[in-house]
Design a protein around this ligand. Structure first.
Ligand code: ADP
Length: 693
């Protein structure tokens, strides 16, 4: 019963599992790829955010460092200006004018004082821009704590010193952080006085930093512990703040300049865009790389394929075996040049045909039937091939040997049949020639035997002929006696007639005998068609015995036969086997034809041989008591034209072996004790076909 493919138990068991596995592999690959792309995208967005933040932070750090540098430069410049105030030794009133001028250009300075070495006030000037509630009492005396402390420190350092910041009330009611700087004035190594400058930290920031401050930034002075002292900027506040701090290390005081920069949270969209563009670029580069590599690989594969095709083409063209492929519908799908040359049709004339034009019309039905059986899968092609007859385009027939094998594609599916054809017409011709020459050789050998026997025949025929002649003479005498005896008694006449009958009978017997002798030779010589018939061993021996006896009598050989009782018949061509027996017997007798051999026995034996391969065999042996075969002769015994006899042809044994082997048996020889040789050959026993019930 034909099953649909889906219902095929094998297919059901195997294909879904394979399909499921390949689908799973495909999907898992895609999932992996998507996950990879997504994670790369997220990583890239995150990295882009990080990069953006680090850029902002870096800029802020740079701005802070620049601001600190600016402030430090301003402080140093102011120091020089303060120094310059006292460089010209003059009256306090004059000093005050210059100090007031300085305060006009240096807005960060709130007040400048000139004190003597004991810190007593000599003169001072105040900024015109801010009104500060200076504790004048405290300031004019030499007890202002920050001033005293700073100048003490400056005296110790012998250079400018700054005070820690302190809070100072302003006139409008608010306050600001201030910082003092004390610059000792020296003359010939002695401190002659001090110049004290008072900075407003707020103003310092304003004059030095505000110029370059963007709206998103806030700058402040803080104590090292983080307490904010003065603040500037930041009208706009974002969601994310970046902070950078730089230490402003001054002799006697340490301030921290802190910059805060407000930013929006890094917006994801441009980052995603950037990441996507980057990703696309990476993907593009990878795809181009893969494409280039793939292209290279494809080119290599194409080249390999081209080479393989050229190789296949060269192989196909050099083949002498014809090749033909058929699909499952029986249509010809491929033929090679050798096949086209064999049948004389072009590939175009053959491809797609289901009734091949090289089928002889008279056999087309048989071939179609055979092809249909092959296609149905019911008749697997024989491994050793089968013979068939094809027709060339010119109509001539020729024999071919066909080998067929199923065509299986890369997926393991049966897609048709591939057949190889060998044109065996030449082989057949050679076989025919060889068979004909073999037969001619055998005929020649038989004729040679006959020639040899002609002398024996003449010798053998002399006896019956002499007997016939003498009986005939006797009969004639009796007849002439009978004429004269007519006058005598009737009894004497009857007696003469009786003698005459007997003589005639003897003549007839002797003539028969002579006839038999001649017939035996004629039967032997006459060529008959090869045919295998079941023949009993005794029949074979009886056929050759008269001829063997002819020679045996001449050479004084005693011939005997040994036949195992119940022997089966053998399947053979009797004429050929008789010739083998006769040849072997003749060789045996010739080997005994030596003066020193007195006991001349020739035995023709037939018995069962050991059975082999479910076949039983009969062994025929010709045993002589002759000279035996020396080793150097034994080596070439079966070589055609090898002989040790002057009148021999040297073909006997080689023909014997050919004949025996053609029958499926084999011929061998062995020495016989005390002297002589045994030539034995086997023939297959005839086993009658069982009778069907
Ligand atoms: P031919 O009989 O024409 O010589 P054969 O092929 O029959 O050719 O024999 C070849 C040779 O084998 C003979 O010449 C002989 O020397 C040797 N030979 C054959 N049979 C015997 C035998 N029974 N005993 C001894 N020698 C033999």
């Amino acid at each position: 019963m034909d099953l649909p493919v889906d219902a095929d138990p094998v297919a059901m068991g195997r294909w879904p599992w394979r399909r499921w596995r390949s689908a799973w592999r495909r999907w898992s690959l895609w999932t992996l790829l998507v996950a990879l792309v997504a994670s790369t995208l997220v990583t890239m967005v995150w990295l882009a955010g990080r990069y953006e933040a680090s850029q902002v932070q870096d800029k802020l750090e740079r701005d802070t460092a620049n601001a600190v540098a600016d402030i430090r430069a301003a402080l140093n410049r102011n120091l020089q200006d303060l120094q310059a105030l006292s460089a010209v030794d003059g009256e306090p009133a004059e000093w005050k004018v210059r100090a007031a001028e300085l305060l006009q250009v240096r807005r960060e300075l709130m007040r400048i004082e000139w004190r003597d070495a004991s810190l007593r006030m000599r003169s001072h000037a105040e900024t015109p821009y801010r009104s500060v509630q200076w504790e004048d009492q405290l300031r004019t005396s030499n007890t202002h704590p920050e001033a005293v402390l700073t100048c003490t420190h400056a005296r110790r350092l012998n250079g400018p010193a700054y005070s820690p910041s302190y809070f100072q009330l302003l006139a409008e009611g608010m306050g600001t952080e201030m910082m003092e700087v004390c610059l000792p004035l020296t003359q010939s190594g002695h401190i002659t006085g001090f110049v004290i400058g008072t900075y407003s930290l707020q103003s310092l920031l304003m004059t030095q930093v505000s110029k370059n401050l963007p709206r998103t930034q806030e700058v402040s002075f803080t104590e090292p512990d983080g307490t904010r002292l003065a603040l500037l900027g930041a009208s706009w506040r974002g969601t994310r703040m970046f902070t950078a701090q730089q230490l402003l290390d001054l002799p006697g005081s340490t301030l921290v300049l802190r910059m805060d920069s407000w930013h929006r949270a890094p917006s994801v969209f441009p980052n995603v865009l950037t990441a996507l563009v980057t990703l696309m670029s990476i993907a593009l580069v990878s795809v181009v790389t893969v494409l280039v590599r793939d292209n290279r690989r494809r080119l290599r594969a194409e080249r390999d394929l081209g080479d393989a095709l050229a190789f296949r083409k060269a192989m196909e063209d050099s083949l002498v075996t014809g090749l033909r492929a058929r699909d499952l519908q029986g249509r010809i799908s491929y033929v090679n040049p050798a096949f086209c040359a064999m049948v004389g049709f072009t590939a175009e004339e053959l491809l797609g045909q289901s009734i091949a034009p090289y089928w002889p019309p008279e056999r087309a039905d048989v071939y179609t039937h055979r092809r249909d059986r092959r296609l149905s899968g019911n008749a697997p092609p024989p491994r050793e091939g089968h013979e068939s007859i094809f027709m060339r385009k010119d109509g001539t027939r020729f024999p071919v040997l066909i080998f067929e094998a199923p065509l299986i594609n890369a997926q393991g599916q049966h897609t048709g049949w591939m057949s190889a054809f060998i044109d065996i017409s030449e082989q057949k011709r050679m076989e025919e020639i060889s068979r004909a020459s073999q037969e001619r050789l055998q005929a020649t050998a038989r004729l040679a035997t006959v020639g040899e026997m002609a002398s024996l025949l003449s010798h053998e025929l002399t006896q019956p002929l002499a007997a016939i002649s003498s009986y005939a003479t006797g009969s004639l005498n009796l007849l002439s006696d009978g004429q004269s005896a007519t006058q005598d008694s009737e009894a004497a006449l009857r007696l003469q007639l009786q003698d005459l009958r007997m003589a005639m009978e003897r003549i007839s017997f002797q003539a028969d005998r002579a006839g038999r002798v001649i017939k035996s030779v004629r039967d032997f010589v006459r060529r008959r068609d090869q045919s295998r018939v079941a023949t009993h061993a005794s029949e074979l021996m009886d056929a050759v015995l008269p001829l063997v006896n002819l020679q045996a009598r001449k050479l004084g050989v005693r011939v005997s036969t040994e036949l195992e009782p119940g022997l089966p018949s053998v399947l053979c061509d009797p004429t050929m086997i008789e010739q083998v027996l006769l040849n072997l017997a003749r060789n045996g007798m010739q080997a005994m034809d030596l003066p020193e051999i007195v006991e001349r026995d020739l035995v023709l034996r037939a018995r069962r041989a050991a059975a082999s391969a479910h076949r039983s065999w009969v062994e025929f042996a010709v045993i002589d008591s002759g000279s035996g075969i020396p080793e150097h002769v034994a080596e070439q015994l079966f070589t055609p034209f090898f002989t040790t006899r002057d009148e021999g042809m040297g073909l006997g044994l080689s023909l014997c072996r050919t004949v025996v082997e053609q029958h499926g048996g084999h011929l061998q020889h062995s020495p016989r004790q005390p002297h002589g040789t045994v030539f034995a050959f086997t023939l297959p026993a005839h086993t009658p076909a069982p009778v069907e019930q």
